[in-house]
Every structure is written in C-alpha cells, then in structure tokens.
Design a protein around this ligand. Structure first.
Ligand SMILES: *Cc1c(COP(=O)(O)O)cnc(C)c1O
Length: 473
C-alpha cells in the first residue's frame, strides 16, 4: 500500500497524480482509506478491497454528464432493468465463440433474419448479415464489399491506375471519411446548397463515373435529422444507367432511420424494395434501443457480399463464417438486441418511436414559438431537429445558447455546417426514448428563462466555435 502523503493537499487530484480515498469506503477498516493513495497513471503497487475500489471509480465517474440529459447523442441511454440483468448475465460471453455459445450465435442469426424481413429483403432467407460493434464497423464492411465488387469488374482499369471513388453528401457521418481514408477510396462529396442540407439525387448521379464503387445515402442525416431521398437517388441512378450503362449500387446508412422509418413511415420506400439498394446498416444502440455497442450490416443477397470477404474460421473445433472486422466482441449486446425485438415487436417499436417523434415535434414547435430561433427541421423524420438563431438576432449566437443551457444541465450541441453552408451554425436536439414530454417542457422552460439574459448581451460571447461544444457527427 502506498504511504500516506503527510503534506496537506494543495493541487487538484489529477495534477497530483494520486487518487483520494474516502475513509468510509473502506468499510471494514477505515484506516485503509487513509493509507491508500493509488497513483493515477501507473499500476498501484498493492491491491485494494473491492468496495473501496468500486466506490473510488464510481465517484470519479459521477462527474460525467447525466446521460439522460444528453441531447447530443443518438445512442441509447436507458434500458429496462430486465435488459440490464440479461446483459450482466451475458457479459462473459464472447460473440466470436460461436461453437461455445451456440445459442448466442442463434440469437444473432434471428436478429439478422428479423431485420432482413423488416427491410423487405426480396428473399429474407438469402439475405446475409452480421452484428458489429456499431454502424461504423458495419459501414466499413459495406464499403469494402462495394469496393471489392467494383475491383472484380474493373481489374483492367485497376492495373492502369484507376482510383475508385464513393459518391455521397457532404453531410455523411465521419465513418465514411474514415472508410475512404483507410481503404484508399476517393470521397466525392455533394455539397449543401441553400436550404438543402443533404444529398441531391441529380448532383449524386452527376458525380458518378466508371470508377464509382457506389453511392451512400443516409437515412437520416446527423446534421439535421432529415431523411435523404433514397428512392429518388436510385431513380437518378436508373436514368444514369439507361444513358451510360453504368450500374451503380447504393448503400443506405440507416444508422438511426433504419429503426425508425419501418415503424413510423411504412409508406416510405428506402430499403431493399429498391433493387439498387445492395446493403443497409443500422446502429442497434441508437433507435434499436440497446446500450452501446451493437450495429448491424445486411446485404440483399449473397451476391452483394463477395465471398472472398467471408472468412471461414476453423476455431475451437467449429467451422464458422465471419465477416466482421473485430474478432472478440461482447455477446451481451446481441442478447439485448434480441430482447428488444421480442419485448417490443412491431407495435411496441412503433409506440416507442412515435412517442420520441411526438416529443421532438412538440419541442420544435415550442422553440419556434419563442421567437428567437428559426427551425431548419421539425423533428418529423428522425425524432431530431436543428435550429438556428432567427434573422435579426445579433445579441447572441448558437454557441452562447449551448453554453448557457449547459449551466442548467442540458447538453445541446452547437456546430457549424459543412460546405457550402459554413456560414450556418445550428443547435441540434435528439429526442430518444427516455426523453419525455415532461423533460422537454423543462428544457423549454430553461431556454425561456435564459433568453432575457442572452438578449441583453452586447453581442455573441462565444466566438471560438471549436471550443464551444463537443459534437460528434
Ligand atoms: C451514428 C452514425 C454512424 C456511426 O455509428 P456508430 O454506431 O456510432 O459507429 C454512422 N452513420 C450515421 C448516419 C450515424 O448517425
């Protein structure tokens, strides 16, 4: 055990490089708390009792934001106690050990089959798919499949130095920039224009050429919660094919929307009903209502996923196909996803997502009625919306609003739009299950109470946009 530090504390814990233990937390022997000063940045020399350790870690984590008041994230922040229990019981299971945990593997298979059915795969039995750590990994896999299919058709071009490209809106999530960087694909980004904040079908078709591996269409955009017009994107590519013979597949990044639209917008055609849609991903941990991290990648049929990307691993006595990037991965999230599917069914999902969308719509209308803001979206696609200051508001900007809301405990990100709308900065509110109408009223109330002070400012106080807020697209 490290020796008691003798001198009175002068510096904050982090700078001292030592943790401070509350003597009460060492239940059996309070004096342990006085002697234990575990270092922060290297392994302590001695062990500590489990209760002391637990309290030490838990106390430090109290300083994290309150997940339920975090309106910045699409990721699930609340599950039922039964789901918590199930996850705790499964936390020792490794998803990759399919031979040892065949029932967990079976639950994964069933989830893939349910999603294939939900997304109208022409023959759900022939659809292939897998769980991942999230949409980012799923997007890597889908992008790899697109690239490999293009390379197969274009071996000659590749030899003469052709560079594959991927066409998408500038509003895509950062995982697509990563994909292009890691897999050496040229990103071709359609900029925003005027009041259009996502992919334009004609502009997408215009950017395609013989080196285009695919077009990514997002349902819906993280910037403003809007759905991209997937059907129109496909139609524009149909026209392109008639004119030029180029047959460009589409991947739908449904990280959020693929678990919203099937329940709330059944008439919207965005999924495998469109022949051109080769693959779809979603984040089980967003509107799939599971804690992080689980995602799903599905291909419409086996031909859409080149067989050479499927590894048959002879591992611990079993022959198993795998196409995820990760090897070991927790099984708990997959069990929890299966739980949410069984627990809610279609009708339950509809009710949960509708409640979130109702809250979004009401809150958006409430913010609009304050008079100081202009809505860019109304929360009627994803249950999320973006708003900016109304024309003529010069006393404060969106970054000031974000910072002041934080004083009331609300985490509402502010950020600047990408090209060609860098002149536009917005706030975004994501409504998830657990963010109730009552909490939304409290947020509106906080905003209402802050506004008189904001209006009397001589001008915007926060100018360094980078520091104003943390926003993860
Ligand atoms: C969240 C998100 C991602 C990344 O998903 P993770 O599950 O966080 O890895 C990708 N695309 C879109 C549209 C998203 O909203």
């Amino acid at each position: 055990m490290a020796v008691h530090r003798g001198s009175p504390r002068q510096e904050p814990d982090a700078e001292r490089g030592r943790l401070a233990v509350n003597p009460f937390h060492a239940a059996a022997d309070p004096a342990v708390g006085m002697r234990a000063v575990p270092p922060t940045d290297r392994l302590p020399d001695e062990p500590m009792p489990p209760d002391t350790t637990y309290n030490l870690v838990r106390d430090e984590l109290m300083l994290d934001g309150n997940a339920r008041l975090n309106l910045a994230t699409f990721v699930t922040t609340w599950m039922e106690p039964q789901a918590d229990a199930l996850m705790a019981e499964c936390s020792a299971k490794n998803m990759i050990d399919k031979d040892e945990y065949p029932r967990t593997a079976e639950l994964e298979r069933r989830c893939v089959a349910m999603l294939a059915d939900l997304w109208h795969a022409p023959d759900p039995q022939r659809a292939v798919g897998c769980s991942t750590t999230g949409s980012s990994e799923a997007c890597m896999l889908a992008g790899m499949a697109l690239k490999r299919r293009w390379s197969r058709r274009n071996a000659d071009r590749l030899r003469t130095g052709a560079r594959p490209n991927l066409v998408m809106g500038v509003n895509v999530q950062v995982c697509w920039e990563k994909f292009c960087n890691f897999w050496e694909v040229e990103p071709r980004l359609v900029p925003m224009e005027g009041e259009r904040f996502h992919l334009d079908p004609q502009a997408a078709a215009q950017l395609c050429d013989e080196n285009t591996i695919g077009v990514v269409s997002v349902l819906g955009s993280t910037f403003d919660g809007s759905y991209e017009p997937v059907e129109q994107v496909c139609a524009a590519l149909d026209t392109l094919q008639e004119r030029t013979g180029l047959d460009i597949p589409v991947h739908v990044d449904g990280a959020s929307g693929a678990m919203v639209a099937p329940f709330l917008d059944p008439g919207l055609v965005w999924d495998f009903r469109l022949d051109r849609v080769a693959s779809i991903n979603t984040s089980g941990h967003k509107y799939g209502l599971v804690y992080p991290g689980v995602g799903w990648a599905l291909w419409r049929d086996a031909e859409s996923l080149p067989q050479e990307l499927v590894f048959r691993v002879n591992y611990l006595g079993g022959d198993m196909p795998t196409y995820a990037l990760n090897f070991s991965r927790p099984g708990a999230q997959v069990a929890a996803q299966y739980y949410t599917f069984l627990r809610l069914g279609r009708e339950g999902f509809r009710a949960v997502q509708q409640a979130a969308r109702d809250v979004a719509g009401t809150l958006a209308a409430g913010i609009a009625s304050l008079g100081d803001f202009r809505l860019l979206t109304r929360g009627d696609e994803l249950p999320a919306f973006a708003f900016t200051t109304a024309p003529g508001v010069t006393a404060f900007n969106v970054f000031d609003v974000s910072r002041r809301l934080r004083e009331h405990g609300w985490l509402v990100p502010a950020y600047t739009f990408p090209p060609d709308r860098q002149d536009l900065s917005v706030l975004r509110v994501v409504c998830r299950n657990g963010f109730t109408a009552d909490l939304a009223d409290l947020l509106l109330d906080s905003l209402d109470r802050l506004l008189p002070e904001l209006r009397s400012q001589p001008g915007p106080l926060v100018r360094d946009e980078q520091k104003a807020t943390s926003f993860h697209h």
